[in-house]
Design a protein around this ligand. Structure first.
Ligand SMILES: *Cc1c(COP(=O)(O)O)cnc(C)c1O
Length: 426
């Protein structure tokens, strides 16, 4: 038995499925999860001592790679200063000013401890602001595990949702409506059918949790316009895209202005930080200035605030988005050429430093466009990559992340390794 196998046996006895977040368990790729003991830059070290090139990057937060020296310095300094105050402090103020000073749609912000919490709170604010109760989400977007968003398209009238997790009541699921991505008429139908009852429309402007389902700008613009016309608030869930595809995420890249926006992942530089914010008058509804209750014992934790600010400051100062775009484009082109040369029917979809390996060609904008055998085919490629020293997120529906620590040299090494893995599949 390998060390990972014996650790997983122990973990299975004390945690559900042996893990503390489901996708880590390798259920969709099969086999035993690799246990890691150390991380540095673009690489992870397994408990067996093997170093692997890491494209999971903790599912997105680590835009500078693991343990960037500058971020590490800020964290160590904070550890020697204070860990948590539960009181007012200047550290969250600095990060909040940094963000609001750069993102015009973010007039006021509130820090929380995860993306889920940010989304859950934004929905509550939207309901309070409009006095309405329904929320519209899109099929193929993920917004964390708040009850009201663990829903899927139901079989009834347009927009009807059904619970997508045991423990989410039919009553809660019924408060959410599900619209199709990339379909103006389908979205309009849902909004028109529930005219006057929709508090908010929430969307990942770059859907990246069921593969990479990049949307047409015209579709996003239509959603924004129609949402406003219906008197509902537009929520951009930029937990994955915010500070990742650009400093201002998709709001910056599309020029579209959300009423509320949620952040997470990159904003904490690898520590548990989330945030929601938006227009001043909407955010002023939040306690203690307004009637919407929302609180957190460890909210705006200073270590996370320092890690976040150090990360974002370096990203801005070193022009990281330009570098990532160039490296990721080069990587994707080289990898695509290798796979084509082998006659493999795999496309490298990419937006900035976010990429997704998938079966088939042509744009994939909806869940239903993903080839049926995608997950099964990914399984083989995933394990072959692992053998060759490349760690992809252990599910065909997760995207890959390129960080600032992935130099061209590291990426060339990865292309060669993935090409060998693909060849080994025969
Ligand atoms: C990751 C993610 C979330 C949930 O964030 P957690 O920190 O895992 O709770 C919500 N929305 C989007 C778009 C995400 O990518």
């Amino acid at each position: 038995m390998t060390m990972s196998e014996s650790l997983f046996q122990r973990a299975l006895r004390i945690a559900p499925g042996g893990v503390h977040s489901p996708v880590r368990a390798f259920k969709s790729v099969g086999g035993t999860p690799v246990f890691f003991q150390k991380a540095e830059g673009a690489r992870l070290q397994s408990v067996e001592g093997h170093w692997l090139i890491d494209f999971c990057q903790s599912f997105g937060p680590l835009i500078l790679g693991h343990r960037d020296p500058e971020v590490a310095g800020a964290v160590k300094e904070m550890i020697d200063t204070a860990w948590s105050f539960g009181a007012c402090e200047p550290y969250s103020l600095e990060l909040a000013e940094w963000m609001t000073g750069r993102l015009p749609w973010l007039e006021k912000v509130r820090f929380v401890s995860s993306g889920t919490e940010a989304v859950m709170s934004a929905l509550r604010v939207a309901r309070a602001a409009t006095g309405r109760s329904k929320i519209v989400k899109f099929e193929g977007c993920y917004h964390g595990h708040a009850d009201s968003l663990l829903v899927k398209a139901g079989s009834g009238l347009a927009g009807a949702a059904a619970s997508d997790s045991a423990g989410v009541s039919a009553e809660v699921a019924a408060e959410t409506l599900v619209a199709p991505l990339d379909d103006e008429a389908g979205f309009d139908e849902v909004l028109d059918l529930h005219d006057g009852r929709v508090a908010a429309v929430i969307i990942e402007p770059l859907p990246a949790n069921y593969g990479l389902l990049e949307q047409r700008r015209e579709f996003l613009e239509h959603v924004a316009r129609k949402t406003r016309a219906a008197g509902a608030l537009l929520i951009f869930d930029e937990v994955i895209s915010g500070f990742r595809v650009a400093l201002g995420g998709m709001a910056e890249l599309t020029g579209l202005r959300p009423d509320l926006v949620t952040y997470g992942k990159v904003i904490g530089g690898g520590f548990p930080v989330g945030a929601y914010g938006g227009r001043r008058e909407v955010m002023d509804l939040v306690a203690p200035s307004g009637p919407v209750y929302q609180a957190g014992t460890l909210s705006a934790n200073p270590v996370g605030m320092r890690a976040g600010l150090a990360t974002l400051a370096k990203v801005e100062r070193e022009g990281v988005y330009g570098a990532l775009e160039a490296r990721a484009a080069r990587f994707a082109a080289k990898l695509q050429a290798e796979l084509r040369a082998q006659g493999r029917d795999i496309s490298v979809a990419r937006r900035g430093s976010v990429f997704w390996l998938r079966a088939g060609e042509g744009p994939v904008r909806r869940l239903a466009d993903i080839p049926k055998d995608h997950a099964e085919r990914f399984r083989g490629l995933f394990h072959a990559c692992l053998e060759e020293g490349v760690y992809l997120a252990p599910s065909g529906y997760e995207v890959g992340f390129i960080g600032y620590a992935h130099t061209d040299e590291v990426l060339d090494e990865a292309v060669a390794a993935i090409a060998r893995a693909s060849r080994a599949l025969g």
